[in-house]
Design a protein around this ligand. Structure first.
Ligand code: DP6
Length: 324
């Protein structure tokens, strides 16, 4: 029985999206990306190795899960540590009810840290980021807090995230509008793959995303919310345009997603600085200043229930915690 380690990782929302792989097995992305780690949504994961186990055991929110994906990831950890023992893994997602935000990003970042520690590996944050990437691409960014860049690199060694501003003192927040979680949608893994294989606009996406990334880094440095928001919103729309140009085409937008986008545009025309972004689902995240967030929430409240509106601020990178 090894010592148990528990790690906490927060989710992140991309302002410049990762959308496409050039290597499915190693999870090497076609383009670099940039995200903001959030404080409110996180996953706690405990890992210990146990000689008595015949296979890995994985509990999520106290329910036993299928282990195939997690075992694949644990095999990478075992290989690195020269271990042949199976592990007991238990994760809790701390995401306000109705979710849709519990992401693979916080899950694999927390698992990477807890598992590598329990296996006796002392990984640098760079190597932790590379390890988390093998579970889910976006997870490599949740190793760090605040603004984080994932440089695509060209192989396993060179593809990892690094912090842009870990503890940002910028007064910004993200409002997540949680819209319908019922409909079965296409996973990001399949969605991005179909786009790479079939969208006629993919080369243009890679070129323009490179420009967006350089520009948003400048704008972050200057604390220029208008510029950061505009670039993020446009980058997200380019990603969703790829989906609509794929074969067969698809979209994550729901009518309510579009209604929120229109409301944000209306608020902007009234002089409130706010911008939207969407990932592989219908939920809309609104980037704005903390001061403006109450006015925006008031307007959203006319249409959505309180439980559908979640506000988050920049959050920290992955870290070990003492289990209660
Ligand atoms: C739209 O990291 O979930 O959220 O690497 O296949 O696990 P896999 O994909 P994942 O994709 C995230 C896509 C996105 C954009 C982003 O977070 O950059």
């Amino acid at each position: 029985l090894s010592k148990a380690f528990t790690a906490r990782a927060h989710t992140n929302i991309a302002l410049i999206k990762y959308w496409g792989k050039k290597d499915q097995e190693l999870i090497l992305p076609m383009n670099s990306s940039l995200s903001l780690t959030l404080d409110h949504f996180y996953t706690d994961t405990e890992v210990y190795f146990d000689q008595a186990l015949k296979q890995d055991v994985f509990y999520l929110n106290e329910e036993k899960q299928n282990v195939s994906k997690v075992t694949q990831f644990m095999n990478i950890v075992r290989r690195q540590a020269g271990l042949k023992v199976f592990a007991h893994i238990s994760s809790t997602n701390h995401v306000p009810t109705m979710a849709g935000l519990a992401s693979s990003a916080s899950a694999y970042a927390a698992l990477a840290m807890a598992a590598s520690q329990a296996a006796g590996l002392q990984l640098s944050r760079r190597d932790l980021s590379r390890l988390a990437r093998r579970g889910s691409g976006s997870a490599c960014r949740s190793i760090y807090g605040g603004f984080v860049e994932w440089q695509r690199g060209h192989d396993d060694q060179s593809s990892f995230a690094s912090p842009i501003e870990e503890n940002t003192n910028w007064n910004i927040c993200m409002i997540a509008v949680v819209i319908d979680k019922a409909r079965k949608k296409i996973s990001s893994r399949l969605g991005m793959q179909r786009v790479v294989e079939t969208s006629p606009f993919y080369t243009a996406w890679m070129k323009s995303t490179e420009r967006d990334l350089a520009a948003i880094k400048e704008a972050i440095k200057k604390r220029d919310l208008k510029k950061v928001g505009t670039i993020a919103e446009e980058n997200a729309m380019k990603m969703h345009a790829l989906n609509m140009s794929a074969h067969p085409h698809f979209s994550y937008f729901e009518p309510a997603s579009i209604a929120v986008m229109h409301l944000v545009e209306l608020l902007r025309s009234e002089g409130i600085c706010c911008y939207y972004t969407l990932d592989a689902g219908p939920n809309v995240k609104i980037l704005c200043s903390v001061e403006d967030s109450t006015r925006i929430l008031d307007r959203l409240a006319a249409r959505f229930d309180k439980e559908q509106l979640l506000v988050a601020r920049p959050g920290p990178g992955v870290h070990l915690i003492n289990k209660k």
